[in-house]
Design a protein around this ligand. Structure first.
Ligand SMILES: C[S@@+](CC[C@H](N)C(=O)[O-])C[C@H]1O[C@@H](n2cnc3c(N)ncnc32)[C@H](O)[C@@H]1O
Length: 241
């Protein structure tokens, strides 16, 4: 991982906040698992920037016997993923820098590639290259499922995203903790970057339409927007079979 960007400090903050900070996280994970399950074949699955391993664990539970490559730039995140994985014998973890292209080569074509809340650490041109590399690594009929924050097209869109994110974090905080403490931690950490005039240099979100353009340009077909809330979206695209 580029140490000047995301550090182990951010990893620890994220693990403490994520239950409150990630909108409808359970729904996002369920949709991703459904998409991966629908993709044909028994090839391996790649999760790019697996974080604490919730999605990798859910995929392993749904698809016993499938090998998941769970990559991330944070050693503590990879450790959490290994601890959580229900099938450690079918797990390959690797420390990567998402911007580096050397990890994007696989012995066999992949059944699916998934990523949640991480690709926005790449700028636009880097996202384009990543999408093309993912398309190249997938088997025919394979799926790419991407959940991430996007850059709203207007200031009005950004204000709407900021308000919705706070609202959703408050709801989750109340639901999970029965108190407002989780939301206070989310707010005090400044995690809702839609309130900021300028994004933190570590965050380089692109517009929804740019994602669609770059995915099509990479060769993906049958693009779908499955979910969107608070400036965050879940898209999928398929490699023609
Ligand atoms: C917001 S977290 C999301 C984690 C997980 N995918 C989730 O949805 O909960 C961002 C993840 O990207 C990883 N990350 C950030 N910058 C990275 C980089 N340059 N290379 C590799 N991983 C990076 C972090 O370690 C972290 O696990």
């Amino acid at each position: 991982m580029s140490v000047e960007d995301w550090t182990e400090r951010e990893s620890a903050i994220y693990r403490a906040l994520s239950e409150v900070a990630v909108p409808e996280r359970e729904r996002q994970i369920a949709v991703m698992v459904d998409l991966v399950s629908t993709a044909p074949g028994d090839g391996d699955v790649l999760e790019i920037c697996c974080g604490e391993g919730l999605l990798t664990a859910a995929i392993q539970q749904a698809l016993p016997g499938i090998t998941v490559h769970a990559y991330d730039g944070s050693a503590s995140m990879l450790e959490a993923t290994r601890d959580r994985a229900p099938a450690p014998g079918h797990l390959v973890t690797r420390e990567i820098d998402i911007a580096d292209r050397s990890w994007r080569r696989f012995d066999q074509p992949l059944r699916a590639v998934v990523s949640s809340l991480a690709v926005h650490h790449l700028d636009g041109p880097e996202k384009r290259v990543l999408f093309a590399d993912i398309h190249g690594a997938l088997a025919p009929g394979g799926v790419f499922a991407l959940a991430d924050v996007i850059q709203p097209a207007t200031r009005t869109g950004q204000a709407i995203a900021a308000g919705m994110w706070d609202q959703e974090a408050k709801r989750r905080s109340a639901e999970i903790g029965g108190a407002a403490d989780g939301f206070a931690a989310f707010r005090d950490a400044g995690w809702n970057h839609f309130h900021a005039e300028e994004p933190d240099p570590v965050d380089k979100p692109s517009r929804l339409t740019e994602h669609v353009d770059w995915l099509r340009e990479a060769g993906f077909v049958d693009l779908d927007l499955h979910w969107m809330l608070a400036g965050q979206m879940l898209l999928s695209g398929w490699k023609a079979g």
